[in-house]
Each structure stands twice: as structure tokens, then as C-alpha cells.
Design a protein around this ligand. Structure first.
Ligand code: DC
Length: 237
């Protein structure tokens, strides 16, 4: 049995924080698939020129992929965590900025880009050798349970209301959490969710056998505990 836990859900639903803490509690590895889409977007912005986030592909897929192979853009395992790297530089911080966030959905909607990212994710997980006993890996994203690891024995789909997600995102950034700002952030999140849900290929949606977890009224610790309990029930040892 492949020892993968897939955690999917909309933007700012706490996937990566939850996945990271669940992995820590289980002593498993953690892979944030969004980081790879973000690292590709950053590499393109820095090397292929700024492009607007309008409709259509921001750059031809082959230019992004050619660049990604040349630089390279890759995931590097550091302990139990995969870090995104561009040309040998750790970009974990740089990929969280606004310019990447605004454009990443458009890059992630390109079919050839998704194929490239999925191959890298599967290779990273294969490299861990998580088919047998011992450790495993928690992978978070939008299509992990539906497309990348449909055979994952545990699939979680996290949700929370847009306003709650906006509040979390703002406090995570250390920004004031007041009415107007929450509304603006909530609208920006909703726009990204709409783009991720409506795209033709691998849209954001729960797998048919995913456990739906509404975290609106849960603390991070509570949602982590819930997933760890489910994991302990499913994965022996
Ligand atoms: O989780 P995140 O905000 O870092 O993800 C960034 C973008 O990448 C998000 O807009 C959707 C896309 N993404 C995706 O399409 N599939 C994934 N498995 C992960 C992320």
C-alpha cells in the first residue's frame, strides 16, 4: 500500500500548515505541490518578462518548461521537507509574494505544465520509497487525491468559508484583520478558487472517496489531530 496522504482544498484553507504538522506528528515527509507551480511562475517572471494575469496562457508552455529544465526549477529534499529551488537558490520565501500569487493560477492551468509538475512530484515520492512499511509522505495541493495520487489510501479535502480563510491569510502575514481588508482578501481568494475550479484540466474538487473536513470552526491543532487520527487508523506502524 502506497503510504501517501493527499490533502486538497481551496486557497488558504490551511492545507500546507496542516500537511506539515501532520507529517511532523507521523514522522513522515511533506511535499507542497503548490510550491512547484509557484517556483515555475517565479522563474518565468524573472526570466521571460512580466506578463499580465489576463485570460490565456501567460507564456507558451514549452518556454516555461525549457527554462525550468535549464535553470533548473526543482524540489530538493531537506530532512523531511521538500524545498523549492530555482537555479540552486531556495525560493520558499520568494514564491509567496503577490506577483507570483497573482499569476500562478494561469500557469497552473496549462496542461503541459501540469504534466511536468506531476512527473516531478511522483519522482520525488518514488525517491522516498514509501510503498512499504515505515514512513510515508503527506502531499498537499488541488488535485493530489483526484489526479496525482488517486491511489492514496487517505484523502482529505479541507474547506473553510472565504471570510475565515481571508482572516487566516491576513493574520499569517501579520496584517490587520478588519472589515474592508477581509472583504478584499476574501474576494481575491474566491477569484483564485474560481480559476482553479473552472479550469478544464484537473480542476479543484474533492475525490469521490475524500474525507471532507470543514475547518471554519476548528483550530489548526484540532484539524491536525483529526487527520492524524484518521491516518493512525489506516496506516499500521
Ligand atoms: O496552494 P498554493 O496557493 O500555493 O497553490 C498555488 C497555485 O497552484 C494555486 O492557485 C493552484 C495551483 N495548484 C494546482 O493547480 N494544483 C496543485 N496540486 C497545487 C497548486
Amino acid at each position: 500500500m502506497i503510504r501517501v496522504i493527499a490533502i486538497d482544498g481551496p486557497a488558504a484553507s490551511g492545507k500546507s500548515s496542516t500537511a506539515g504538522l501532520v507529517a511532523e506528528r507521523l514522522g513522515w515527509a511533506h511535499l507542497d505541490s503548490g510550491a512547484l507551480y509557484r517556483a515555475l511562475t517565479l522563474a518565468a517572471l524573472d526570466n521571460l518578462g512580466e506578463r499580465g494575469a489576463g485570460s490565456g496562457e501567460p507564456w507558451p508552455a514549452q518556454r516555461i518548461i525549457g527554462l525550468a529544465d535549464e535553470l533548473p526549477v526543482r524540489l530538493v529534499r531537506v530532512g523531511q521537507v521538500f524545498r523549492p529551488e530555482v537555479a540552486g537558490v531556495d525560493v520558499e520565501q520568494a514564491i509567496r509574494g503577490d506577483r507570483v500569487t497573482k499569476l500562478v493560477s494561469a500557469v497552473a492551468a496549462i496542461p503541459d505544465i501540469r504534466t511536468w509538475v506531476n512527473t516531478r512530484q511522483r519522482q520525488a515520492v518514488e525517491g522516498l520509497g514509501v510503498g512499504g512499511g515505515g514512513g510515508g509522505v503527506v502531499v498537499d495541493g488541488r488535485d493530489i487525491g483526484t489526479v496525482v495520487f488517486p491511489e492514496a489510501p487517505l484523502k482529505i479535502f479541507l474547506t473553510a468559508t472565504p471570510d475565515e480563510r481571508a482572516r487566516r491569510r491576513l493574520s499569517q502575514r501579520g496584517e490587520a484583520v478588519d472589515g474592508d481588508v477581509v472583504r478584499r482578501e476574501s474576494q481575491a481568494l474566491a477569484a483564485r478558487d474560481a480559476a482553479d475550479s473552472k479550469r478544464r484540466i484537473a480542476p479543484l474538487k474533492p475525490a469521490s472517496d475524500a474525507v471532507l473536513l470543514d475547518t471554519t470552526a476548528l483550530t489548526l491543532a484540532q484539524q491536525v489531530t483529526r487527520v492524524v487520527e484518521l491516518a493512525r487508523g489506516l496506516f499500521p506502524g
